[in-house]
Design a protein around this ligand. Sequence first.
Ligand code: UGB
Length: 433
Amino acid sequence: MLKHIPSTPGKFKMEKSPYILNKSRWHWHSSIMKLTFWSFIFLGLIFIFFFRSPSSNPIPQDPSRRSLRTHNWGGPAWEKRVRSSARIRSRNGISVLVTGAAGFVGTHVSTALKRRGDGVLGLDNFNDYYDPSLKRARQALLDRTGVFVVEGDINDSTLLRKLFEVVPFTHVMHLAAQAGVRYAMENPSSYVHSNIAGLVSLLEACKSANPQPAIVWASSSSVYGLNSKVPFSEKDRTDQPASLYAATKKAGEEIAHTYNHIYGLSLTALRFFTVYGPWGRPDMAYFFFTRDILKGKTISIFEAANHGTVARDFTYIDDIVKGCLAALDTAEKSTGSGGKKKGPAQFRVYNLGNTSPVPVSDLVSILERLLKVDAKRNVMKLPQNGDVRFTHANISLAQRELGYKPSTDLQTGMKKFVRWYLSYYSGGNKAAG
Ligand SMILES: O=C(O)[C@H]1O[C@H](OP(=O)(O)OP(=O)(O)OC[C@H]2O[C@@H](n3ccc(=O)[nH]c3=O)[C@H](O)[C@@H]2O)[C@H](O)[C@@H](O)[C@H]1O
């Protein structure tokens, strides 16, 4: 019918409709049409208002997170996968919920647990703090090992409750976090979202679970902040953080204590010291130094005042994994159940470092040798954006109680990292940045 309407406006002469019988009837029709027209406009405006207004959006908009989607979970097939992944397949095995499973440490710990016959279920929100395709590649690796990674956020208490309903986890390895010391100045709320709100959400779920799991979680060497006494011991003060990241990890340790005290949750914090290795985090210096050296780009090497050395107690991933597994294996059961404390529970804090700090300039020399490329170095003053001058772990407590004994020096560990880096990025994966 549309073809009968001429395309040029003004030339169309309305013929008298046989349905318009008299003037008053025409007015009545015209009023109804006008009313209908304006009703549509009004409804349209309401529709636009509701769907564009942030306050009325049913999906919470959190500016602190990048690319956080709502995820589908649930249903019999999903529950079956969850159960199968978390099923213990060895005598005396444990059943572990690993948060941040598609992260660097999460992937390695999940794989190690699965390989020795423990039940492992991963949880990860796959945010885009760094290249999500690397997280997807780790997920594929986990999938091949038999670890299912549920896509969801630790702040989703409904999802957490569901997971504990489906699986009576004996342990939680909590590694999901907003990492990175310098990024905290760019996006402070993401640290509060993951490291504080997320931790509380997880502990709430754990405290209400029946049985309550024992929890081992990642704190950080950064809690030692501006301390100058070395090596850092667990007994040292931790009240002068130099970054918001450090402050949220320190807050996490206090929050953990509260849940231990009130609900009888068994809690172990592991203070990791600059963990590196294959499948590492692209936001860390050793990783982007490698990328930039290969690209011929200048790298910035920080130094302290008066040409002072900046150094890190770089710790190789395999040593960290051993520490994590030992912490899980020695964790005592939580004492509460269904949200009620039944008695005092274990509360522990350990340094997991390498006890051998290396200046950042030496790290660069190691990379130059391994990559067979000279770095373009720009030595600059340590920016006041969260970095500390040095870290150095005293690990005697972890040695005594966990049998923790790091065995990989930086040269050996970086060799393994570079080998992985070259093979991963020559296999069609693009180094971002
Ligand atoms: O132990 C931790 O708890 C933390 O370890 C890690 O922090 P850091 O030890 O600061 O690692 P990373 O950024 O790789 O910088 C390494 C060195 O390179 C120096 N550095 C850095 C950047 C640069 O451009 N130039 C430079 O010299 C820089 O000054 C530093 O001396 C984790 O990222 C963090 O999430 C947390 O887990």
